[in-house]
Design a protein around this ligand. Sequence first.
Ligand SMILES: Nc1nc(=O)c2c([nH]1)NC[C@@H]1CN(c3ccc(C(=O)N[C@@H](CCC(=O)O)C(=O)O)cc3)CN21
Ligand SMILES: CC(C)C(=O)C(=O)O
Ligand SMILES: [Mg+2]
Length: 276
Amino acid sequence: MAGYLQEGTSAVRSKAVTVTSLLSMRAAGDKISMLTCYDASFAALMDRCGVDVMLVGDSLGMVCQGHTSTLPVTLDDIAYHVACVARGNQTAFLVADMPFGTYATREEAYRNAVRLMQAGAQMVKLEGGEWLADTVRFLTERAVPVCAHVGLTPQSVHQFGGFKVQGKSVEAADRLKADALALQAAGASLIVLEAIPSALGKETTDLLAIPTIGIGAGPDCSGQVLVMHDMLGVFPGRKARFVRNFMDGQASIEGAVRAYIAAVKDKSFPAAEHCF
Ligand SMILES: Nc1nc(=O)c2c([nH]1)NC[C@@H]1CN(c3ccc(C(=O)N[C@@H](CCC(=O)O)C(=O)O)cc3)CN21
Ligand SMILES: CC(C)C(=O)C(=O)O
Ligand SMILES: [Mg+2]
C-alpha cells in the first residue's frame, strides 16, 4: 500500500484503519474523523495527521471541476481521484462516492463499485433510503463494503428544490430512521447523515449499531465529515451552516487538518452554530 510520497514522513498510526476498527471506535465512544480528499499530496498529508477516513466525494464536481452540483461527475472521474488518493495514503480508510446514475440497478451498482474498489477504494458510498436496500445487500454479499448516505443527499438536489435541510417534519424524521435501519439491516457498515436536525442525528445514531458520520447532523453522531476545501476556507461558493474554517488561527494546512481532527475527537466541533 505504501507509495513514494511517504518518504520522510512519520505516521501517527502504526496500524491501518479498517471497518472493524471503525466499529470499535463507535463502541468505545471515540469520535471518527473523516475528510474528503482528491489527490495524492493531500492524502499523504491527511494520513500523517491521523484522519481516520478519507472520502473521494462527488463534491469534487463542485470544488475541483467548478460545477454547481454533483450530477455531472462520472465514474471515470471518481476512479481517477481514488487512484490518486490511494497512492498517497498508507493507513486511513478510503471510501469512494458512487456518482449520480451509476447505481440505478443492483447489477450496475456492483459492476461500477468493482471499478472503484480496483482503483483502491475500500468501501463505496451510495445516496438513498430503503429503496437502496436490495442494492446494498447485493454489494455486501459480494464483498463490497457499503457506506449509506441519507438526509440531504446532494444528487437529489433537483428533487429537493435546492440544498435544503431534511427530516424536519415528524413524518420525514420517521422515514429517515426507517431508511437507516433498513440500510443497516441490508449490510451497510457506515452511514452518513447530512443536514438534519441534531435531535434526529442523535436518535438515528442511538437506533443503529453501525457508526454514523454527520455533516450538519449534530454533535451526537459517531464521527464527522467535512469537504476539505470548506475546512481550509478555499471553496468560493456559498458556505453551508455546518462548515467551520479550520485555517483560522493556523499557520499551515497541516495545522488546520490537525485542528479539525482534535476538534472532532474532543467534541468541540460541531458547535451549536454549525447545527440545525
Ligand atoms: N464545498 C462543498 N461542500 C459541501 O458540503 C458539499 C459540496 N461542496 N457539494 C456537494 C454537497 C452540497 N452540499 C451542500 C450545499 C449547500 C448547503 C446549504 O447551503 N444549506 C443551507 C441549508 C438551507 C436550509 O435551511 O434548508 C445552510 O444554511 O447550510 C448544504 C449542503 C454538501 N456538499
Ligand atoms: C460531503 C460528503 C459526505 C460527500 O458526499 C461528498 O463530499 O461528496
Ligand atoms: Mg457525495
